[in-house]
Design a protein around this ligand. Sequence first.
Ligand SMILES: Nc1ncnc2c1ncn2[C@@H]1O[C@H](COP(=O)(O)OP(=O)(O)OP(=O)(O)O)[C@@H](O)[C@H]1O
Ligand SMILES: [Mg+2]
Length: 397
Amino acid sequence: MPIRVGNKADGDDFFDRTAEREDLWRYLAGNHVVLSGARRLGKTSLLQRLAEEAAERGWQARLLDVEGIDSAEAFVDQLARAFDEATLSGGRRSVGAAVTRVFASLRKVDVRVPGGAGVGLELQALAETPWRKAALALQERVSGQTQLFLIDEFSVFLDKLLARDALDGERLLGWLRAWRQQAGLACRFVFSGSIGLNALLARHHLSTRFNDCADFRLGPFKPAAALAMLAELAQREQWPVAADSLEHLCRRVGWLSPFYLNLLLDGSLQAARERLEEDRTAQRLLTTDDIDAAYDRLLANRSRFFHWFQRLARELQEPQLSFTLALLAAVARGENGLSRRQLATRLTRHEPDPDRRAERLDEALLLLEEDGYLDAGETIHFPSFLLRDYWRRNHGR
Ligand SMILES: Nc1ncnc2c1ncn2[C@@H]1O[C@H](COP(=O)(O)OP(=O)(O)OP(=O)(O)O)[C@@H](O)[C@H]1O
Ligand SMILES: [Mg+2]
C-alpha cells in the first residue's frame, strides 16, 4: 500500500491526532468550532475521523464538502440533504439519552457571546432572501437533534460567495449565526477549509459574524507521533531504517506536518530503491543520505510548492501583494527568523509611512500565519524548512 501523499488519510493511513480529537469532542459539548490550520495539515482527515467516531459519542454526524458551490441557496440545500441522509442512516435521536450522556460527562467550555439585538436584525434581513423558507424549515427540522455538521471547504465556498454576491454572503452568515445562538440548541457545527477563514472574514470586515465559535487551531504532530508514524510506514514498505535516520528526517522537515513527513519519507524510499538498483550489493537500509537526496529532489521540483506562491498572487491586490512577497523574501533570507522590528525595518522601502507599514504588516501576518507560511512567536520564521528553502531558492529576492 503506497504512502498517502495527497488525499485525506483514512483507515490505516490515519495516524494520531488523539489529543486533538479529545479536545474537539470536549469543545463541542458547549461550542461550535472553527477548525483552522495550515494547508495540508490534515484538517479534512481529522473531520473524517470525527465523523466516523461521532456515533459512539452520541452524535449523528455528516461530513459535507461545500467547495463546489457558490450560492447560499445551494449551501442550505446541501445542509438539508446531509441532515436527511444522517437521519435516514442514524435514526432520529432526540434530545434524550444521547445528549444527556454527551453533556453530563463533559465540562462545558463555553465561549459563546450573547446574541443580543443582532440576532433579530439578522433574521429580519433574511425576509428578503429566496432561500429563507428552506433555511427556516431546515432549522426547524434539526431543532432538538444531536446533529453534528462537519463542513469542509467552508472558507473556499464563502470566498466565492462573497465575490459573487456579498450581500447574500452576509445574509447567510447572519442566519447561521442566529441559528447557532438559538436557545437550547442541540446541534453543532464545525467549519473548516483549506484557506484561512479568519483572515478571509477580516478582509471583508465580517469577523464579528463568527466570534461566537471556538477557534480550534490544528498544529503539527508531536515528535513521538511523527516517529511512530514514520516507523510504521517504513515497516509496511518493508524497509529497515538506519539508526537515527527517522530522527534525521524529522529534523530536516522542521515542522512536523504529517504531509511533509510522508512526502519526504516517500521520496527517501524512492531514493533508497534507486540506490539499490544501481548497486545490487548495497544493504537494503534507509539511510540519512537517502533522506538528504530526497530533500534536494523535492526542492528541485518547483511545481510541488508553486501553489503556495500562486495563492498569494491570486488572492492579494497590489500594493499588499508586493509587500507580502517582500516580507516572505526577507524572512526566507534570515537564518533564524526575524523579530518584528527587524522585519519592519527591512520593509521600509516598500512602505515608508511607519503607521501604514505596521498595518500592512499586521494584515499580511494574519494571513501568512493562519495559512501556515509563517510562525510569529518570538521570531517570525517559516515553520516548514522545506517551504523556507523553496522560498529562498525561488522567491528570495
Ligand atoms: N492524521 C494523519 N495521519 C497520517 N497522515 C496524515 C494525517 N493528516 C494528514 N496527513 C497527510 O497529509 C495529507 C493531507 O491531508 P488532508 O487532505 O487531510 O489535509 P488538509 O489540511 O485537509 O489539506 P487542505 O489544506 O489542502 O484542505 C494526507 O495525504 C496525508 O499525507
Ligand atoms: Mg482539506
